[in-house]
Design a binder for this molecule. Structure first.
Ligand SMILES: O=C(CO)COP(=O)(O)O
Length: 249
């Protein structure tokens, strides 16, 4: 169906200048499949974006981990989408579960952010995912559909959106979703897009998985038909990130 594999590395709130330089040189030296086969996007903290942007190999790209919901101004501590564009940062992660839960970002706020970022010309990695409680109570599909709807309602096009399914119970816990669990939700999300957006978007939108992905479990997950890549946390800071990129082929 021609959906290009996508591997994102979310560095979260980690790193010193020295560590960032080391990761970048590890990535620059890596033998990986060509850019026709896989998109690789790494997401350092804001303060390291210019360093990574200027030193990273040209076939890998960078993402910010967040941006402000509207035009910049008197919003102390925030970084606007316009600033990212001004710096030539092509991607931004929006709606990560850590921001949803720790900073109380609502579905609606995230929908607004995705829409604003897209309107400024950024490409967006939009995250959805259920908590353990929600999974155990059987509401996984309802939760991820509502999160996806809040985004779909606000955006005119899915061309520049990658949807990341990140079950909260799998993030940073070492508890990865089984390939079957991931495939089930990815297929449902694709069906949701088919029924609520269009058949074309359902066919072309990349849906990537995040949550305790590592060099050992990536290959089997990557083989699932509706799984188009990964958003990697902890392992994106380590050499095994290269193995995850290689799971594209
Ligand atoms: O939150 C994640 C990526 O955005 C996943 O984190 P881990 O890979 O550390 O579980």
């Amino acid at each position: 169906m021609g959906r290009k594999f996508f591997v994102g590395g979310n560095w979260k709130c980690n790193g010193t200048t020295e560590e960032v330089k080391k990761i970048v040189s590890m990535l620059n030296d890596a033998q990986v499949p060509s850019g026709d086969v896989v998109d690789v996007v790494v997401s350092p903290p804001f303060v390291f974006l210019p360093l990574v942007q200027s030193s990273l190999r040209s076939n890998f790209h960078v993402a910010a981990q967040n941006c402000w919901v509207r035009k910049g101004g008197a919003f102390t501590g925030e970084v606007s989408a316009e600033m990212l564009v001004n710096l030539g940062i092509p991607w931004v992660i929006i709606g990560h579960s850590e921001r949803r839960s720790l900073l109380n970002e609502s579905n609606e706020f995230i929908g607004d952010k995705v829409a604003y970022a897209l309107a400024q010309g950024l490409k967006v990695i939009a995250c959805v995912g259920e908590t353990l409680e929600q999974r155990e109570s059987g509401s996984t599909l309802e939760v991820v559909s509502a999160q996806t709807k809040a985004i779909a309602d606000k955006i005119p096009s899915w061309d520049n959106v990658v949807l990341a399914y990140e079950p909260v119970w799998a993030i940073g816990t070492g508890k990865v979703a089984t390939p079957a669990q991931a495939q089930e939700v990815h297929a449902e999300l694709r069906k949701w897009l088919h029924n609520n957006v269009s058949a074309e978007v359902a066919g072309s939108a990349r849906i990537i998985y995040g949550g305790s992905v590592n060099g050992a479990n990536c290959k089997e997950l990557a083989g699932q038909p509706d799984l188009d890549g990964f958003l990697v946390g902890g392992a994106s800071l380590k050499p095994e990130f290269v193995d995850i990129i290689k799971s594209a082929v």
